[in-house]
Design a protein around this ligand. Structure first.
Ligand code: PLP
Length: 285
């Protein structure tokens, strides 16, 4: 694989980052994952906008312009011959040459920019979409700024492991009795023609896929309610699903052992997946 590190395209075995990098020592960094379909980037503009916001919220300078970032994405997709897959991007607060809690002076410590591709043939035709996911609920004990896409992914990783141990696919986080989101995705339930998903705030990541899917749902005359919902409400819903850049729209058919609706992927989730993939392929860059 050819990867990108601070201005250079290198074989992955030659890419190097300092042991003093604040991403490594303090998880002081942000990231984005952009899907590739037909060799093109899905919603690059959305991911670039969220990256800009994440950086601003953490007082980090953008290492390159968003135009340059698009060029780097495209270059990596081309060099690695990616038809379907993802581009992972990470910006950290760089290498101050030592360990210190205080942020280094950005004039002396440039941020570290790293990108790499993940080849995933069959990403859009994922057979899981016809089966759906089983999830468990777990306590949301993450920090209070989940709207910033930081690389602090230890608890989501633990959540995925709890799901694995329970013999299911993923976990939904619950805080004060209400579902926040999935370990790496936004969570939804469906009641009739109504789609219910957590309102934006500091409690969840502002999903780029979420924004697009809600727009398509409204355009298709579905009702959208952005509000918190409980597990009890989810248990009696007609359908459930999740969204993320790499899963697109994925049905959820079981929560904590309770079948949702028929226990099979529902028509709303399936239709939204189809619309999302169709529309986003057309708009891909
Ligand atoms: N919520 C969390 C916690 C995530 O980690 C992700 C994606 O990684 C999402 C939601 C979905 O966001 P997006 O649709 O931008 O991929």
């Amino acid at each position: 694989r050819t990867v990108y590190v601070n201005g250079d395209y290198l074989p992955e075995t030659e890419a190097r980052v300092s042991i003093f990098d604040r991403g490594f020592l303090m998880a002081d960094g942000v990231y984005e994952v952009t899907s590739v379909l037909d060799g093109k980037l899905i919603d690059f503009a959305g991911h670039a906008a969220r990256l800009t916001r994440s950086l601003a919220e953490l007082d980090m300078a953008a290492p390159v312009t968003m135009d340059e970032l698009l060029t780097i994405h495209r270059e990596l997709v081309a060099r690695n011959g990616i038809n379907e897959g993802m581009v992972y991007l990470q910006v950290t607060r760089g290498n101050p040459g030592d360990r210190d809690f205080a942020f280094p002076d950005p004039a002396k410590t440039p941020s570290t920019l790293v990108l790499f591709t993940q080849d995933k043939p069959g990403l859009a035709a994922n057979p899981q979409a016809k089966i759906g996911l089983k999830v468990i609920s777990i306590d949301d004990i993450r920090w209070g700024r989940r709207d910033i896409k930081t690389v602090q992914l230890l608890y989501p990783s633990m959540g995925k492991m709890m799901a694995k141990k329970a013999g299911v696919d993923d976990a939904w986080f619950v805080e004060d009795g209400f579902v926040t989101e999935g370990t790496s995705n936004n969570a939804y339930i469906v009641k009739g023609n109504r789609i219910i998903t957590r309102n934006l705030g500091n409690e969840i990541l502002h999903g780029i896929t979420r924004a697009a899917v809600l727009r398509f749902a409204r355009e298709a005359q579905m009702e959208v309610e952005e509000r918190a919902f409980t597990l009890a409400e989810a248990a009696t819903a007609d359908e459930a699903f999740i969204t993320s850049a790499s899963a697109f729209v994925m049905p959820v058919v079981q929560i904590d052992g309770t079948a949702i609706g028929t226990g099979k992927p529902g028509p709303v989730a399936s239709r939204l997946r189809e619309i999302y993939l169709d529309e986003m392929r057309k708009a891909a860059v």
